[in-house]
Design a protein around this ligand. Structure first.
Ligand code: XMP
Length: 515
């Protein structure tokens, strides 16, 4: 295992993912992790991440200096390199000129860390401080025009520092460098594979659950579907999968999910048709937050009722992923048992918390995985691409894509329009070019003409965006022909719609969803 000590860089997770791409397991730990704990974990190598600080800032994050006596190879990236240099007695100063963006890397020593990295290759830089004096025993590996010490090494001790960011895609030789570090310097074997993960996860779940019963709330996404498969493989019918259909899913989605589980996976799913009660709950509600709240509460109620009638259960299986684990300080540990307990159902169910008397112990077999790794596991177990690569879909579903009051009629209209959007972007092979691409139904009507008839009907908004993480987004530059096709089909095929408009607002100032 490789440990990444996080000094606050936005790229720490990315470093971990890059290491895992070499099929070597890696974890991100906070920079203040004690040397004792590090020694216990016995990693094959440690990577110190970048960070926003200068090593000379008051209160700049530092790792324990004993880390340099562990005898473990270390790679310092950007701030991590500067910290290494400072702690080992070298010099770091504010550079005359900072370096941001692409830079050509000129190689002075093409051995170990830089094997197979081309001289003159592009690396991504982002730093204001530079190493001005290498600590004793270090040698220069590479420089750039503005940075004399862009890569350095203490070959004997296996300490390496790079001023650039090998983990970002713009760094052309970055992955080669990371491979050199994990394979040749840390001597790791490529054993972190999907198959190995599944095997180990199944073994762990069996050992943990024994003969107890587990409840799993299936949502139709890749996480809960993959989770259900893993859990079922591990404990068979000790697992109860429950699928609450609130009536706000896309056309055919509930049916497909049930069919997949029943006919392909042979995993029984307890189907709860709660469409009417959810619709009733939000009938007449126009405020978006109130809608969300009511849907969330109703979810809890249904979940509670159903789990009582099917239970009792000892555990709740949850599709927590590694980024959630990194982010959440583990405040939800039961002090008596040391096990994580559910005080929150995953946010896609949009609920604040489970009632006190409904606290389950949690089993979270995906908690070591990044999203792309879950997708790989999903693929390997035969989940269809439409689930594996599905765009994000909000927990309250179509209810927040119908602005204002939701009715059965409007749900049908939006479902049909949304289906056309999906059909066309799939047919044109552009589904994966968007972060999300969907239809929104507005609560107003406008005048149109069809045949010789005047119409007075709803407009559909097309909302297609590109994004890295959903935090910011840009409207997608969709070819006019595709827009025309979608627009024509919606107006011709969906009764109740006579106009289609395209949303050209980025986020910010807009949001991706309309409610
Ligand atoms: P916004 O609309 O805030 O959305 O730009 C950002 C991302 O979050 C998704 N989203 C939600 N997901 N429950 C969810 O589980 C919600 O209530 C919710 N609202 C927005 C949205 O689809 C986008 O990917």
């Amino acid at each position: 295992m490789i440990i990444i000590l996080d000094f606050g860089s936005q790229y720490s997770e990315l470093i971990a993912r890059r290491v895992r791409e070499t099929q070597v397991y890696s974890e991100v730990l906070p920079y203040y992790t004690s040397v004792e704990q590090l020694a216990k974990l016995n990693p094959a190598g440690i990577i110190l991440s970048g960070g926003p600080n200068s090593v000379y800032d008051d209160g700049a994050p530092i790792c324990e200096a004993d880390i340099w006596d562990l005898g473990i190879p270390v790679l310092g990236v950007c701030y991590g390199m500067q910290l290494m240099v400072k702690q080992l007695g070298g010099g770091v100063e504010r550079a005359e000129r900072g370096e941001y963006g692409k830079a050509s890397l000129f190689i002075d020593d093409p051995t170990d860390l830089l094997t197979n990295v081309e001289d003159g290759t592009t690396m991504w830089m982002s730093h204001g401080d530079s190493v001005t004096q290498m600590p004793e025993g270090f040698e220069l590996l590479a420089h750039t025009e503005n940075t004399p010490a862009a890569a350095i090494a203490h070959h004997e001790k296996h300490f390496y520092g790079v001023q650039f960011h090998p983990e970002v895609v713009h760094s052309v030789g970055g992955l080669a460098l990371i491979r050199n570090f994990v394979y040749h310097i840390c001597d790791c074997q490529p054993t972190w594979t999907t198959e190995a993960f599944v095997e180990e996860a199944v073994r762990e779940v069996r050992a943990r659950i024994g003969d107890k019963r587990v409840l799993l709330a299936l949502s139709g996404g890749v996480d809960s579907s993959t989770l259900a498969f893993l859990m079922h493989r591990a404990i068979g019918d000790q697992l109860t999968c429950m699928f609450i259909d609130q009536g706000f899913m896309r056309k055919y989605e509930p049916e497909r999910l049930l069919k997949l589980f029943d006919q392909e996976f042979h995993i029984p799913v307890h189907y709860v048709n709660a469409r009417e009660r959810f619709l009733e709950q939000i009938s007449g509600v126009t405020d978006p937050e109130e809608k969300r709240k009511r849907i969330g509460h109703e979810f809890i109620r249904v979940f509670e009722e159903e789990s009582k009638s099917l239970g009792p259960f000892d555990y709740l299986a949850q599709g927590t992923l590694y980024p959630d684990v990194i982010e959440s300080a583990d405040t939800n540990i039961d002090p008596k048992t040391g096990e994580r307990v559910a005080v929150k159902i995953k946010s896609h169910h949009n609920v604040g918390g489970l009632p006190k008397d409904l606290r389950f112990k949690l089993v979270e077999p995906l908690r070591k995985l990044f999203k792309d790794e879950v997708r790989n596991v999903g693929r390997s177990i035969g989940l269809p691409e439409e689930i594996v690569n599905r765009h994000p879909f909000p927990g309250p579903g179509l209810a927040i894509r119908i602005l204002g009051e939701v009715s059965a009629e409007k749900l049908n209209i939006l479902r049909d329009a949304d289906l056309i959007v999906r059909q066309e972007i799939n047919r044109h092979n552009v589904y994966s070019e968007f972060w999300q691409a969907f239809a929104v139904l507005l609560p107003i009507r406008s005048v149109g003409v069809m045949g010789d008839q005047r119409t007075y009907a709803y407009p559909i908004v097309l909302r297609f965006v590109t994004s890295e993480d959903g935090m910011t987004a840009d409207w997608a530059r969709v070819p006019y022909d595709l827009l025309e096709l979608i627009s024509n089909r919606i107006v011709n095929e969906v009764r109740g719609v006579n106009r289609v408009v395209y949303d050209v607002t980025s986020k910010p100032p807009g949001t991706i969803e309309w409610e």
